[in-house]
Design a protein around this ligand. Sequence first.
Ligand SMILES: [Zn+2]
Length: 256
Amino acid sequence: MLIDTHAHLNFNAYKADADEVIRRSLENDVWLINVGSQYSASKRAVEMAEKHCEGVYAAVGLHPIHVNEEEFYYEKYKALAKSKKVVAIGETGLDYKSEYVSSKELQRTVLCQQLDLAKELNLPIIFHCRLAHDDLIKILSENSSPTAGVIHCFTGNWAEAQEYLKMGFYLGFNGIIFKLNLDEAIAKTPLDKILIETDCPYLTPLPAEALAKAGPLRNEPIFVKYVAEKIAKIKNLSYEEVAKITTENAQKLFKI
Ligand SMILES: [Zn+2]
């Protein structure tokens, strides 16, 4: 069994066939967590999770690239998070890509609100961080009792990885490891601190596209196996070992 710890089947890319994609995932022994990016997508993730007794979970949160579009309604998210199928707050964090950099201050405020919510509800956090590791590390290290969590789609360097690991966070890797060279961080991060994910519909692992011979291909949870394979190769371990330990890591962090 594998767990795709970061999927977005709650997005419009799956409007027509989300049920089918979920069925395919579960049939292939791949569990998944649909992650919210706004209130509507968070709500949809919860609804999808509640339709299934096992294997489909949700995270609720406001993504840093959306903080200019809507407020973080603490009580509304709190109400959503009351569902037993909500296993994390997120994705939240910081995104300093040029088009979002003007909302830096607001991003930090909204991140801190979500840290508070996670603490209140005793839930782990799924962090998104782009071009902002210094600030995220600073905020997390200054936080009095940081909650557990994962730095999803980790693309930082080994020095940054070590800062997160020191604070007890997991690092999440996805298909981007076929495009960027993250071998050092993957090789040096202990396997018991690694989660695997797809971030679907984005970041399709290159081997999935090569096999389909179809050019750009929409990503989906079953392709998380390619991420596990690549990590096994980099760490010189068997695929089975990586599958087993990363699944246990996800079960432990998200209590599933
Ligand atoms: Zn995401």
